[in-house]
Design a protein around this ligand. Structure first.
Ligand SMILES: [Zn+2]
Length: 232
């Protein structure tokens, strides 16, 4: 098996691991928020300091915006479907399967981004793998939180397995992309990373204020910046 697919498999399995952590252990809510904050720091720093600098040449920076708005619209279209009135506060259980759909698309792009990163340099591939691993752990956890009131444990696990498989599937599929596309895949993924980090994970982590949450975000970001500098 090619190395990038192995990395993508490992990163994708963290979606499942996040779900298992929630379903089979007694994680405290505050600890989940520390993890979410750490993942936000990692994913935002990876987009800004590792991915975007790599795509200056060979990709259109506008594709970053495209990734951002596509995932934004996808998330909101899911909510519009669940909302029967003009305005509503959404109920988790209405959107659980649809939000799972959003998660699977994100996982597929994550996998393609890992493979595209490896083509540019092994370090970039590894950094993106770390970013995918940590944010997927947080995503798997929060998806399990959303699904738990409505679905049996077995169904949740099955759904997360499907989502997890899509990461190596994305890495594999990227073999068939023309070379010209790779840096644009990274740009698109960077846009998704920025949206998920700043608009999903950060507000979730800051649901209640606590300075240790801020610290977790900063540690996550510094981890990426320092390892990037070290290896350069
Ligand atoms: Zn992801």
């Amino acid at each position: 098996m090619a190395l990038e697919i192995l990395y993508a498999l490992f990163a994708g399995l963290s979606t499942l691991l996040g779900g298992i952590l929630l379903l089979y252990t007694h994680l405290k809510k505050v600890n989940i928020r520390y993890l979410t904050a750490f993942a936000a720091g990692i994913i935002i720093a990876t987009a800004f300091f590792e991915m975007i600098p790599e795509i200056k040449e060979g990709a259109s920076l506008a594709v970053i915006g495209l990734g951002f708005f596509v995932i934004y619209l996808l998330e909101k279209i899911i909510l519009i479907h669940a909302c029967k009135e003009e305005e509503c506060t959404y109920q988790y259980h209405n959107v659980s399967w649809l939000s799972l759909f959003g998660l699977t698309i994100d996982n597929f792009v994550d996998g393609a981004a890992i493979a595209a990163g490896f083509l540019i340099s092994p370090l970039l591939g590894l950094t993106i793998t770390i970013a995918v691993f940590t944010h997927e752990l947080a995503q798997g956890l929060s998806t399990a939180i959303i699904m738990r009131p409505v679905y049996k444990t077995r169904s949740i696990i099955l759904a997360l397995i499907i989502a997890a498989i899509l990461t190596p599937a994305g890495a594999y599929a990227s073999r068939f992309f023309p070379e010209l596309v790779f840096k644009n895949v990274l740009a698109f993924a960077a846009g998704i990373f920025l949206y998920i980090g700043a608009s999903d994970l950060l507000p979730e982590a800051h649901e209640k204020f606590n300075w240790k949450i801020v610290l977790s975000v900063v540690i996550g970001a510094l981890f990426i910046i320092v390892t990037g500098m070290f290896f350069e």
